[in-house]
Design a protein around this ligand. Sequence first.
Ligand SMILES: Nc1ncnc2c1ncn2[C@@H]1O[C@H](COP(=O)(O)OP(=O)(O)OP(=O)(O)O)[C@@H](O)[C@H]1O
Length: 472
Amino acid sequence: MTGGEQYGVADVERGYRVGPWTVERALGSGAFGHVYAARHEDAAAEPARAALKFLPTGTHTPRQLRHLRELAEREVALLSRLRSPRLIRMHDALTVDDPGHPELDGATVLVLEEARSSLDALLTEDRTPRSGPELLAQVCEGLTQLHDAGWVHGDLKPGNVLLMPDGSARLGDFNLAPELDGTHAYAPAFATADYTPPELLWSEVGERGMRVRQTADVWAFGVLAHLVLTGSLPLPGPTPSARRDAAVRYARGEEDLRLSPGLPPLWREIVADCLARTHEERARYGSAALLERVTAAAAGRPHRRRRAPRPLLVATAALTALAAAGFGTLALLPEGQRSGPGDGRDAGAVSATVTGPPSSGRTPAVAATGWDRCAPASVCFFTGRGGTGEMCAWEGDEFNWTDGAVRCSWTGSRRPASVYNNGVADPDGYVHVVYYAEEALHRRLGCVEQGERRDLGEGAARILSHIWAKAC
Ligand SMILES: Nc1ncnc2c1ncn2[C@@H]1O[C@H](COP(=O)(O)OP(=O)(O)OP(=O)(O)O)[C@@H](O)[C@H]1O
């Protein structure tokens, strides 16, 4: 056996026995522990295999010893109290009783379910894995489970995201994870610089440790998401200390955050919100809200924000009555014209278009012309200039023009010639509209601000998707 790293335990040889477990091979090591694959002496035992994490003890100064004991206790406390699908499970915690090996004697050994690999290893093979979005959703689920139970992870990074034999992700490594005490928790000052939020980079470490909050994990998740989706860290600089300085300049408002252009549009606002400058800004999104947004982005659809409610039922009912009376679907028709019922045109766009809220005092769309056909809270695109011709309108979060509940049937053959953003105030500030030449928000063409009416020019390209945005 040889000595470990600064805080590590001694390396453990193949065949070493702890309780019923026999060490087979090394799986990985971190700043504090070495992890080994092991098999149970009873092949029929459940589980028959496990990962043994040896946490250090032994040859350290009393201060280091106390500190190391705390790390082990923290991880055991969390793992024995929390059982959630996205957190790695602990089957048992053992203590090595081996006076013949003083460097191991007394070490705490966590008997964990065995992962196949880690996100760190996956990113070494493939900088932007196809499974990235799905893994991020699972990581976010793990964080939410941890946060809901009142803990902070405190060291979220690729090495601490474990990949199971079925390819799914679970969070591991909880020796820095503190339990909340009110709004804060106290952790040892040992987080990884690239994943540490700016406010903790200059935070003081008191008697009880560093005061951390769950928004520290939200920042770390933003860094992780940027890395997994683009292959690069969000803050510039060739070394961790250069990136830490960049984080400080950013937090002071001296620099803007420049996210990689390779970051998919659906993820940009999520990552930007996770990497908001201050704890307060990040706290606006609890982890449950973050999970909703991340799950939607991982599924390739924008998050359905709660936009100002509109009486869609009323609109639809009014439309049904109009259709029954022979007026047909109106919004897709040239201005001022009607079609017969059952002409196969898109009713989804109509229901969001023809009828304004009763409180708006607008006349029904049958009488409306031009821009006025565009109901409040909607964005409307027209085949003619100045809001003339056929119109497609959306008020919700449907973003593809050729699939989903609201479709624009003429977009295959014609380009929009004008647009009106009749957006209303939105609690989250999503009032502008960015539009794209391709489905799924690819190839940005332009942006129309709240209240803006505009001709799109002769050469306007086809538009196939759009999204409500906080800024143009
Ligand atoms: N349950 C497990 N199954 C398989 N491999 C594991 C398991 N737990 C940890 N590992 C591997 O061992 C490495 C180190 O584990 P872990 O991160 O828990 O140790 P640590 O010393 O606390 O690390 P850190 O430096 O992140 O604090 C991980 O990156 C992973 O590769």
